[in-house]
Design a protein. Structure first.
Length: 292
């Protein structure tokens, strides 16, 4: 019998309770959204309403005798453990290439486990037991940056959708993070909100981690385009900068934040950047430009 969402959420709650018992100190486990667990509990009592936010949290793991910290970031789809979790390990003690290798091997390990079985605790143990070589080697590899040339780079383009983007402090966070990580693309504010970022895979993943943390509830990554290359990734970019899109809006301006962006202008912009297919991914319909 196929698992239900309720059964999956019950298992997720059991696992996070187990993790809290394993990591009882303050700061060892941080929930991305403090209302996520209560929201799941409310849904389990009455499942007639909307699904609760996905459960996301981070686990701070001590590695080796030096107690170097590796943070495992966790985001659980509603159907986890019957769908693989989103896991990302990071540490200030790791350089970019070491962090990429660590996460590649972590992903490979998780994919070897059986779907339907809880695996975050196993992932925590794997990180604890397998991160030390990366931490020890990070200084050596950083001294010889030319060694990174033997690795293929992965170019990423992430298409992110939000119910709305209005707040100035959130917009500042988005633009500052994109600039810091050398990402190009755009941010369309209003309702709906649309973000595209493109660049190195690990930089895109870091952007996604930063902007959705700690409690951006109405946001999802709808589509990812990924290309492995040994050359200059700049030749793969569709955007030359990170643009601030300002389209014509319509709605009742007398009500704060009650206006919708012109989706026809968004479609035209996407087609100008060889991305018209994204419109259907976002909105479920094939976009058509009106004849002028």
């Amino acid at each position: 019998m196929a698992a239900t969402v309720k059964e999956c959420l019950e298992l997720q709650l059991l696992e996070v309770e187990m993790l809290f018992s394993m990591f009882p100190k303050k700061g060892e486990i941080n929930l991305c959204d403090e209302d996520a667990v209560p929201g799941m509990q409310r849904y389990l009592r009455n499942s007639e309403g909307a699904l609760p936010p996905q459960l996301g949290y981070s686990v701070a793991i001590d590695v080796g005798e030096s107690k170097a910290k590796v943070e495992l970031q966790v985001l659980l789809p509603h159907m986890y453990p019957h769908v693989a979790p989103q896991l990302f390990a990071r540490s200030d003690a790791l350089n970019r290439q070491q962090q990429l290798q660590l996460n590649t091997h972590l992903t490979s390990y998780i994919s070897s486990l059986d779907l339907g079985e809880l695996c975050v605790c196993a992932a925590v143990q794997w990180v604890k037991e397998n991160s030390l070589p990366y931490l020890q080697n990070s200084k050596n590899t950083s001294e010889g940056a030319s060694k990174e040339e033997v690795f293929k780079e992965t170019f990423h383009r992430m298409w992110i959708y939000s119910h709305h983007i209005y707040r100035q402090e959130l917009r500042k966070k988005i633009f500052d993070c994109a600039k810091k990580l050398n990402l190009t693309g755009f941010c369309l504010t209003g309702k709906p909100g649309v973000i595209c970022v493109e660049g190195m895979r690990e930089n895109c993943e870091e952007f996604w981690r930063v902007i959705r943390y700690p409690n951006w509830k109405h946001i999802s990554c709808k589509h990812v385009e990924s290309i492995e290359t040994e050359g200059n990734i700049d030749s793969l970019r569709l955007f030359h900068t990170f643009e601030d899109l300002q389209f014509q809006a319509h709605g009742d301006y007398g009500l704060r934040n009650d206006y919708h962006m012109d989706l026809g202008q968004l479609l035209e912009f996407l087609k100008q950047h060889q991305s018209g297919h994204i419109f259907q991914i976002f909105f479920g319909v094939e976009g058509k430009l009106s004849d002028k």
